[in-house]
Design a protein around this ligand. Structure first.
Ligand code: CA
Length: 241
């Protein structure tokens, strides 16, 4: 089945050019020309990726991104003519997965779209394979995971550091266990939120950042310069053990 891409752009010519080029690549393309419509279409159609213009009528792209981030896990590629907004776009505040500044090359854009969709697919495949195989009984028989002086015992739900039990709040533990099981893989905030907190949770992806900060206080040698839970700019986190 073709992957579904939502193109949100108020400039008609650019919107149609994007639509044309994406369709030629075999994607199913939905379009929206303002922020409100974008949110409505995304909720109804659940696209696999959103190309989101920053400057939009009604609700701007930053707000659209914020709203959708709290509701669904999907890659968002922001299009912006404003270089001064780039930090905000890819930073913690909004958390787009990637961005391109206008004017951009169509070929480069297609490459980014493809890369984002592939990354998302790989993560989902890995997670699906895992929930089939090692989530329940196998986890229980598994040896504790060791990372230097840190031990994560998934079977006993225990974490210790240098042999001393490390008291963690339940969500801190679940977050650490989730990160540890996916060592070396970049995990987006949405995906972490979805897997650790669940879809029904209404708190938004900032929750993830807060818990990562708490965890770092407990498991990092220097929480200000983390070596275990690495921030991946504009995406999320990677556990290095
Ligand atoms: Ca615009």
């Amino acid at each position: 089945m073709a992957e579904k891409i939502l193109v949100v752009e108020d400039e008609r010519t650019l919107r149609e050019t994007l639509q044309y080029n994406l369709q030629r690549q075999g994607y199913e393309v939905l379009t929206a020309s303002d922020g409100l419509q974008a949110i409505k279409v995304a909720r109804k159609e659940r696209p696999d990726l959103i190309l989101l213009d920053l400057m939009l009528p009604q609700i701007d792209g930053l707000e659209v991104c914020r709203v959708l981030r709290q509701e669904m896990a999907l890659p968002i590629l922001m299009l912006t003519a404003r270089v001064d907004e780039v930090d905000k776009v890819v930073g913690l505040e909004v958390g787009a997965d990637d961005y391109m500044t206008k004017p951009f090359s169509m070929r480069e854009l297609m490459a980014r779209v493809k890369a984002l969709l592939r990354r998302e697919r790989l993560i989902r495949e890995k997670l699906a394979a895992e929930s089939d195989s090692d989530e329940m009984p196998d986890t229980a028989s598994r040896a504790p995971l060791e990372y230097g002086d840190l031990t994560v015992d998934l079977a006993r739900h225990e974490v210790s550091r240098a042999g001393e039990p490390l008291p963690l709040k339940p969500k801190e533990y679940e977050l650490l266990a989730f990160l540890a099981r996916h060592k070396g893989i970049v995990l987006s905030r949405d995906l972490i939120l979805e897997r650790v907190w669940g879809w029904s949770y209404g708190g938004g992806s900032r929750t993830v950042d807060v818990h990562v900060r708490w965890l770092r206080e407990k498991i990092e040698r220097d929480p200000a310069n983390p070596e275990r839970i690495i921030t991946v700019r504009g995406v999320g986190y990677r556990f290095e053990g």
